[in-house]
Ligand binder design. Sequence first.
Ligand SMILES: O=P(O)(O)OC[C@H]1O[C@H](O)[C@H](O)[C@@H](O)[C@@H]1O
Length: 293
Amino acid sequence: MSPSRRAGSRPPFRLPRVAALTPGRGGQPRLLIDAPSGAAEIYLHGAHLTSWIPRGGDEALFTSRRAVFDGETAIRGGVPLCLPWFASGPDGERRPSHGWARIMEWELRCVESRPDGAVRVLMALEHDGLSLLYEIGVGQELELSLSIGNRGAAPRSVEAALHTYLRVGDVTAVRIIGLEGCEYADKVAGGAVSVQTGPLGVRGPVDRIYESGAPTTVLDPALDRRVRVSPTGAAQTVVWNPWSSGAAALADMAEEEFPTMVCVETARLGRSAALLEMGETMAMGARIAVEHL
Ligand SMILES: O=P(O)(O)OC[C@H]1O[C@H](O)[C@H](O)[C@@H](O)[C@@H]1O
């Protein structure tokens, strides 16, 4: 066990009684929240939220039963943080895929109960000249806020995505609303650019980068609910479902799991990447709400 892991496992502050830091899957350090307005599970590896259950509701996030919890691999599901680049980055040559933030251990800075029955969790990571702060509000709604500061000696460009895996009942019955009229790059079609007409349905592999930072709603009749994703500070929304063919190629996702998830990712990518001057900070976030149909 690395010294940083030992340090990260024992926060130098008292946790509120609605929170516990216990070993999770694979023995990995994990924060459990069970608050009056919602419950959640957050791994320090990647500051990775793997579960959120608003009080009175059901699990809102998808995490694969084949997800790997070894403190090295990115966890398949929940909310991976793609940072400071997305996929292989703007030049197509960056490694690891989706950046280093999702595969490093974050420091737990603060966990506090809020008067509205929610819990606020603050996590931090300093690496490669960047200072990252990630605030997760666990309650009836889920609030995700990222702050990215350039502490290096030169301006730099930063891509970011909150790669939210939403749990759905049947992805083939899902309709995603809010992207109508938006241009998108279709990665399944080699990056061809199209314009969305009508609500988005999933009838095969979907991997699209929409030029939209506006709210979207995932209508999920099979679970009798709608999930609203409301971004702030974003320029793109990525929608991904690997379908059976894509899932079969992933070691950490079962082929038959694809109908139960869809990723709706809040992002700033490519030409919309944040150009941060020395000392400058940018913020991006998303608020997620689940409602009955
Ligand atoms: O397998 P991962 O590295 O976690 O990436 C999973 C997916 O992330 C995003 O949605 C990308 O647009 C996809 O192209 C990629 O397949």
